[in-house]
Design a protein around this ligand. Structure first.
Ligand code: C2O
Ligand code: CU
Length: 484
């Protein structure tokens, strides 16, 4: 708990921060690194309407909302242990906040309007300040009317470099997004419509990488690339097939994982999730290889192409190690963990799924929930559809204890479920232990799937817990989990 409590005390000098920490007996290794070599990295972000060239036609300048008039917003790149200070100015016509997705920040820096801070009013400013405790690939986005603010282009990457990164020839970030554009190239204004909310969210018709229609990626034979994928889309799920290549997954949601090839060779990444890949360029000079998104059956399309230059870089891939150093998160104890249950339901066809699953979930329980599903909400967390700004926790986790949350997706849809302020281990899927016990901050749940996650609740405060399909979140699929 020490790392977060100290981090709340903003604007302390390095020296007093160091002295404050010396009194703390148990400190995670990541914090020790912080106090020894912390540098302060300062950034300015201004959220405002702007223009961006999203499509291939140079003439198309689409009206967007953006940070510093750029989609994505500027890459914030710091080193693990740095102190990060971001001054945010709101030049939109509506309130906003910034959330540092996946970063274990002190509660007051989490950027959730009404819950952790007052929204930043038009013309207002807010200073965010936190320690970059975990290395990895993260991102930032508003948490106020996210379905429209993120959907119009407010998001950017936050890269926290390891002190000892894996060796590669190139370190690339792809922020994936999709847009719903009208025939004139402008963003359609139908945000938050009832159909998107009750089905699979606002899936767009134009996919971009780093805010642009993807061009080819020029590579060289023998080259090793670290590719950081970030899914900034409101609702689209990607399943990338790097034809003829064998990507290795080395981190999920910023946290290292034992290197492995993805199931079926496809890199699946739901909204808000991140995947770090090691991609070895194993084909011959002059060859071209498609990268295909295969997630939606029958709607496969070519995202981009790897185009090999004529000159090779080396004759075979390097044999450098690819395992990332652990961030040293507190390890949950499955034996002593306190157990909790969370059931998601609602959406189109929700009643059918609920009655099918009734037997396995306990009739009384599902019956009770089905009665509660009569409100105006579309999606429910333990029978409640959140409305407006939820403030009251539906679950309290005793601080510094291990917890297992067993989640059931009693709906006909996929949901990427995100918890703020913590990373958790995904320990089981539908009763089967997971192979990698991966750390995530956003876990994809397939229709009717059960997923067990485990964590040490070491970061005190009230934290959002929600589906990151932003239309589902807006239509009730969120709640607050208190750690105290
Ligand atoms: Cu990426 Cu609650 O958010
Ligand atoms: Cu959802």
């Amino acid at each position: 708990m020490s790392q977060f409590r100290d981090a709340v005390l903003s604007r302390r000098s390095m020296l007093s921060l160091l002295m404050a920490n010396m009194g703390v007996a148990v400190m995670p290794p990541s914090l020790r690194a912080t106090t020894r070599q912390a540098a302060v990295k300062e950034f300015d972000l201004r959220a405002a309407p702007g223009h961006s060239r999203l499509t291939a036609a140079a003439s198309d300048q689409t009206a967007v909302w953006a940070y510093n008039n750029s989609v994505p917003g500027q890459e914030l790149r710091v080193r693990q242990g740095d102190r990060v200070r971001v001054s945010v100015t709101n030049d939109l016509d509506e309130p906003t906040t910034v959330h540092w997705h996946g970063v274990r920040v002190p509660n007051a820096m989490d950027g959730v309007p009404y819950l952790t801070q007052a929204p930043i009013q038009p013309g207002g400013k807010f200073m965010y300040e936190f320690d970059a405790v975990d290395a990895g690939t993260y991102w930032y986005h508003p948490h106020q009317r996210s379905f429209e603010q993120v959907g119009r282009g407010l998001y950017g990457p936050l890269i926290i470099e390891e002190h000892d990164p894996v060796r590669v020839d190139r370190d690339l970030t792809w922020m994936l997004d999709d847009w719903r554009l009208g025939p004139d190239g402008s963003i359609r204004g139908d945000f938050g419509n009832r159909h998107d909310m009750s089905h699979n969210g606002r899936v767009g018709n134009t996919v971009t990488i780093n805010g642009r229609a993807p061009g080819d990626l020029v590579v060289r034979s023998g080259e090793r690339i670290r590719l950081r994928l970030v899914n900034a889309a409101n609702a689209r799920i990607f399943a990338l097939d790097f034809e003829g290549h064998a990507p290795m997954v080395i981190a999920l949601d910023g946290q290292p994982v034992s290197p492995h090839s993805p199931a079926n060779g496809q890199v699946v990444i739901g909204p808000a999730m991140r995947v770090d890949l090691i991609l070895d360029m194993t084909d011959r000079p002059g060859s071209r290889n498609a990268v295909i998104d295969r997630f939606y059956k029958g709607l496969e399309y070519q995202l981009t192409e790897l185009t090999y230059a004529a000159a090779p870089l080396r004759s075979s891939p390097p044999d450098w190690p690819i395992e990332l150093p652990s961030n040293g998160l507190p390890e949950p104890s499955v034996e002593t963990a306190i157990r909790h249950e969370v059931v998601f339901n609602g959406g189109m066809m929700g009643r059918m799924v609920m009655s099918d699953m009734g037997g396995s979930m306990g009739e009384g329980r599902t019956g009770g929930m089905m009665n509660m599903m009569r409100g105006s909400g579309v999606w429910f967390v333990n029978g409640v559809a959140a409305e407006g700004h939820v403030l009251e926790p539906f679950l309290t986790l005793e601080q510094d204890r291990s917890h297992i949350i067993s989640m059931t997706n009693a709906t006909a849809w996929h949901h990427p479920i995100h918890l703020h302020g913590h990373s958790f281990r995904v320990i089981a899927r539908s009763g089967e232990p997971t192979r990698h016990r991966e750390w995530q901050d956003t876990v994809m749940m397939a229709p009717r799937e059960r997923v067990d996650i485990a964590l040490v609740a070491d970061n005190p405060g009230d934290w959002m817990f929600h589906c990151h399909i932003l239309e589902h979140q807006a239509a009730g699929m969120m709640g607050v989990i208190r750690v105290s």
